[in-house]
Design a protein around this ligand. Structure first.
Ligand SMILES: Nc1ncnc2c1ncn2[C@@H]1O[C@H](COP(=O)(O)OP(=O)(O)O)[C@@H](O)[C@H]1O
Ligand SMILES: [Mg+2]
Length: 471
């Protein structure tokens, strides 16, 4: 079949060149998973690689089950042929083979090395619902600590005075929890700043100066006049205030003043300047509030981030793991333990990753370190050298933009750059020509390659010429 297709040589290469590390790139319905099945079939039936030493990672459980079914069909077909014994062995291995989601795979890695991973003998993996319940319990406790902890009282009060609510902090705790592996490098890089009121002298002086201009107004009914009075009075109160809460409330009042185009030209020596001076005071007050809020939020974020990390640590120690914990703990284990890398390198001779664009970027680090074995200890996975043929990656960069939250196109492009050769599939088996023409048009105009941000768009060629049949 592949000979008749325009991209036949690429398909043949995927099926037969099992010594090479390949990165297959193509759109949905171009037969990527089909090609992956072909490659596993060759590995097992031609190269004699036992199925139990192959790991295939899929984005969903359903896709994993489908992959297993497609492989079963291939092995069943081969039973009567010359590779019969290998096919029989593969069929025996099939049910327990490492074919499934990244989370299941990470769990397998951890279960194979619980002591090295710092886990208790029994671990409990919480599903989405269980994790949500656990989060709510943690948040209830965190909220109580937040309200009880004197060291955080000041930034909390100030932030709340500016409109921050507990529900915002709850979202922060949730976001940090979802990405707790990034907390150290992104949130806790610097010690928390002390929350100090920024210098107000410039603002106070400007307010006093504007206050002095009230006498230049020729009409006591002018609508700009009360604004000047307000600015003057708030400036005086700001100067007299001794605590940050009251300073903040005066700043808030100042930033809330609306000046706009009020005031009549004939009432003032220079109404335009008067307006713009008022507007400037309002703007400066606004930016001082932002500055203070920023410092408060940094402080609160730091505090929350530390506690989120502590609770991840508790989950590890108790062996009550959530999905994301599985990935991070497996990755950490592979980063630090050469003997584990070595053992997993022996166990998984070949790693195949389907729907690479959708999956958490931790996946590539797991795969690369297993593929490299004991030597794969470079701090950055991008510096780890991967022996030829051990990895096979399949992905569709067009889909990555809006699928999985942590997946990102930069990781995709880096991996593609570093890992072996890219093979592109262009025949599409699912879409009929009119739709395809439209897709080609839209994407080739929209998608222009861009360094580390946007992959090249490859036009698809139709396989079907009429309406779709059921696949
Ligand atoms: N080489 C091929 N020849 C004929 N049909 C194919 C081929 N590759 C894939 N198909 C069919 O095209 C459809 C999509 O294939 P699949 O591998 O699931 O695509 P993808 O993973 O790229 O979305 C399936 O119905 C599959 O049977
Ligand atoms: Mg697929």
């Amino acid at each position: 079949m592949s000979e008749q297709l325009l991209d036949g040589p690429a398909r043949d290469r995927i099926k037969t060149d099992t010594d090479a590390t390949l990165f297959v790139e193509a759109g949905a319905g171009s037969g990527k998973t089909h090609a992956l099945v072909d490659r596993v079939t060759t590995l097992v039936l031609r190269d004699g690689v036992p199925l139990r030493t192959i790991a295939a990672v899929t984005f969903t459980e359903k896709a994993g089950a489908e992959l297993r079914d497609r492989l079963r069909v291939e092995f069943e077909k081969a039973r009567k042929g010359p590779a019969g014994p290998l096919a029989d062995e593969a069929l025996d291995d099939l049910d327990s083979a490492s074919i499934g989601t990244l989370h299941a795979f990470a769990q397998q890695l951890l279960l194979a090395h619980p002591i090295e991973a710092g886990l208790p003998p029994l671990i409990d993996v919480l599903d989405e619902v269980g994790s949500s319940v656990a989060f709510e319990e943690r948040w209830a406790e965190l909220q109580q600590q937040l309200l009880d902890d004197d060291s955080i009282a000041e930034p909390l009060l100030l932030a709340m005075a500016v409109g921050v609510e507990l529900k915002h902090l709850r979202s922060l705790a949730r976001l940090f929890g979802n990405d707790w592996d990034l907390i150290d490098e992104r949130v806790l890089v610097d010690p928390p700043e002390l929350v100090a009121m920024p210098d107000l002298t410039g603002l106070i002086a400007a307010a006093a100066q504007l206050g002095g201009a009230v006498d230049s107004c020729r009409d006591p009914e002018d609508r700009l006049l009360p604004k000047l009075h307000a600015i003057r009075d708030l400036g005086v109160m700001l100067e007299a205030a001794t605590d940050q809460e009251s300073q903040l409330s005066y700043l808030q009042a100042l930033r809330g003043l609306k000046v706009g185009k009020i005031g009549r030209k004939e009432n003032w020596p220079d109404v335009a300047k008067m307006r713009s001076d008022c507007a400037e005071v309002v703007e400066v007050a606004g930016s001082l509030v932002e500055l203070l809020l920023d410092a408060c939020l940094r402080h609160l974020s730091h505090w929350i981030a530390e506690r989120v990390l502590e609770s991840a640590e508790v989950r590890r120690a108790e062996g009550r793991l959530e999905f994301h914990d599985l990935l991070v703990l497996a990755r950490n284990l592979l980063r630090r333990d050469a003997s584990v890398r070595s053992a997993l390198h022996e166990r998984y001779e070949r790693l195949l990753l389907d729907e690479f664009q959708d999956t958490d970027p931790i996946q590539i680090e797991l795969a690369v370190r297993i593929a490299a074995g004991a030597d794969g200890d470079a701090p950055d996975w991008q510096d780890v050298e991967v022996p030829d043929g051990r990895l096979f990656v399949v992905g569709d960069p067009k889909q990555s933009i809006y699928r999985f939250r942590r997946a990102n196109i930069a990781t995709y492009l880096t991996a593609q750059d570093l890992l072996g050769e890219t093979v592109t599939l262009t025949t599409n088996f699912r879409t009929v020509p009119p739709v395809l023409d439209w897709i080609n048009h839209v994407f080739s105009t929209l998608i222009q390659p861009q360094e580390a941000a946007q992959p090249t768009y490859h036009a698809l060629t139709p396989h079907r010429t009429t309406t779709p049949t059921t696949a």
